[in-house]
Design a protein around this ligand. Structure first.
Ligand code: TRP
Length: 482
């Protein structure tokens, strides 16, 4: 972090850097939240889960689980002012609870590694599209041609490894130098630019003649299309897209000055993140329908649709190149936050330098990333399914899952919600109310609402969605005859 962005807090026992202002924190947290999750993942999982009903559940989860848990996570971070493991141990001690709360931090460190391993591969795809766009390869291409550009890319492991390596080096260099200032400043200009490009794309989508259809697909809920697995994904994605449940926002919160309103920044970040995702959806689906593509075509969705748009518009080569560059930047600011908890924890635990910790973590993530790389080519036939079939119905846990699908499922659908659940329980039930009230510093009514959400709504919803996905809810309903 640059000196201008941060000031040293000399009074803390460990000199702790702090964000210089609320704006810098919002930028950094938005930088973490807005990433591939919004533009790449949200549209394709929406398509896989049938549209509107999925989106509605996702929005509900953002409002009732995401925002309160984000407030809780920032609050714990600011109070602990350490890496997630140490923060949780310290807070637990302060309120007289078991030090095993450190496990929460641990799970976050592991989840960060796992997510970054595939995140970096996908960010590599986005990078690979920059020269492809710039060369004008897509101008005038039809859907079939655009599809084959994508399948040529992902069927080539060497090329995927090269881009994965490049992206990971970019991430680890920033992390190792510990100077995010430059990048955060860049984001000040690049995020609004990304926004402008999204608006240009929406205008294009309106001209496809299928905007209404795409819009209805996103916002007209058809509950017959949603599965228990879809509900779990919607909730998992709410955590993923807001960077919650693994300590990333906790570490960012630990740099937040004491007088900043946690509630306001949480709402601002969640709002911007959701806006970007919905805009991406409004762009992708009209293009999907205009070109008779499959909404459920999976992780390649944006790579098969957006080039069609750029290929068919004025200045498409320019806008397309710019768009993928900005997408890479958005992914970059997110990937840094995925590994930051592990770095702060590693430095402290092994008493080593930031550089050494970064190099070792980078190598580890790189190797893990190979699983994802090969999921799309060499080992793409190596899939497994896991269903629980009971007389109350079939419960699909995983269907024809590759290593990538498995990693994504394990992290987004299980580890993040579990981490979020623990954060909610800790902040709502175990932390002394005087502490949480002092940290949040909001009036009684809002505090009571927040407390109700983290004590009851968020934990109960997470637990029900888990049980639902495991078939327990159907079981109980059958027994009770409802
Ligand atoms: N939220 C980011 C995205 O939408 C990804 C991300 C960054 C993340 N940090 C995280 C996800 C921490 C989970 C936890 O692309």
């Amino acid at each position: 972090m640059s000196d201008s962005a941060l000031t040293n807090n000399q009074s803390a026992s460990v000199a702790r850097e702090q964000w210089s202002s609320r704006l810098v924190f919002i930028l950094a947290a938005t930088g973490s939240a807005v990433g591939l999750g919004n533009i790449w993942k949200f549209p394709y999982i929406t398509g896989e889960n049938g549209g509107g009903a999925f989106v509605l559940i996702y929005l509900l989860c953002i409002a009732s689980i995401g925002i309160p848990i984000m407030m809780a996570e920032i609050m714990l971070g600011r109070r602990g002012r350490q890496d997630p493991v140490t923060t949780m141990k310290k807070l637990a001690k302060e309120s007289g609870h078991s030090r095993s709360w450190g496990l929460l931090g641990w799970m976050g460190v592991i989840a960060g590694f796992l997510i970054l391993s595939y995140y970096s591969v996908i960010a590599g795809w986005a990078m690979a599209y920059v020269p492809r766009m710039a060369s004008g390869m897509f101008s005038g291409l039809e859907a079939a041609g655009v599809n084959s550009v994508f399948s040529d890319l992902v069927s080539n492991p060497e090329s995927l490894i090269a881009w994965h390596t490049l992206f990971l080096i970019m991430t680890m260099v920033v992390v190792a130098r510990g100077v995010r200032g430059g990048l955060e400043k860049a984001v000040t200009y690049l995020m609004p630019l990304l926004f402008v490009l999204l608006i240009i794309l929406i205008v294009y989508a309106m001209g496809t003649g299928h905007f209404k259809e795409g819009f209805a697909y996103l916002f007209n809920p058809d509950f017959s299309k949603i599965t228990t697995e879809g509900i779990l994904s919607a909730m998992g994605h709410a955590f993923f897209t807001l960077s919650l449940g693994m300590g990333a926002i906790m570490v960012y919160g630990s740099y937040l000055p004491p007088d900043t309103s946690i509630a306001k920044v949480s709402i601002a970040v969640a709002f911007m993140d959701t806006l970007v995702a919905l805009m991406a959806g409004m762009i992708i689906f009209p293009i999907v329908f205009a070109n008779a593509l499959e909404p459920s075509s999976g992780p390649g969705l944006i790579f098969k649709t957006l080039p069609l748009a750029f290929g068919g518009m004025n200045y498409g080569t320019l806008f397309g190149t710019l768009f993928f560059i900005l997408l890479v930047f958005a992914a970059w600011t997110s990937s840094i936050s995925l590994i930051e908890p592990a770095i702060t924890w590693g430095m402290k635990t092994f008493q080593t330098s930031r550089i050494k910790t970064s190099v070792i973590s980078g190598l580890l993530v790189w190797f893990l990333g190979l699983f994802t790389v090969f999921s799309f080519n060499l080992t793409s036939d190596f899939t497994f399914s896991s269903t629980i079939s009971t007389k109350y119905g079939e419960f699909v846990i995983l269907k024809d899952a590759t290593a990538f699908d498995f990693l994504d499922y394990l992290t987004s659908n299980i580890m993040l919600p579990l981490g979020g659940l623990m954060i909610a329980v800790y902040a709502g039930w175990l932390m002394k109310k005087e502490y949480s009230l002092a940290e949040l510093n909001i009036n009684r009514i809002w505090f009571t609402i927040w407390l109700f959400l983290v004590r009851f709504v968020a934990p109960i919803m997470v637990i029900i969605v888990f049980l639902n996905a495991m078939g327990v809810v159907a079981f109980i309903r059958t027994i009770m005859g409802v």
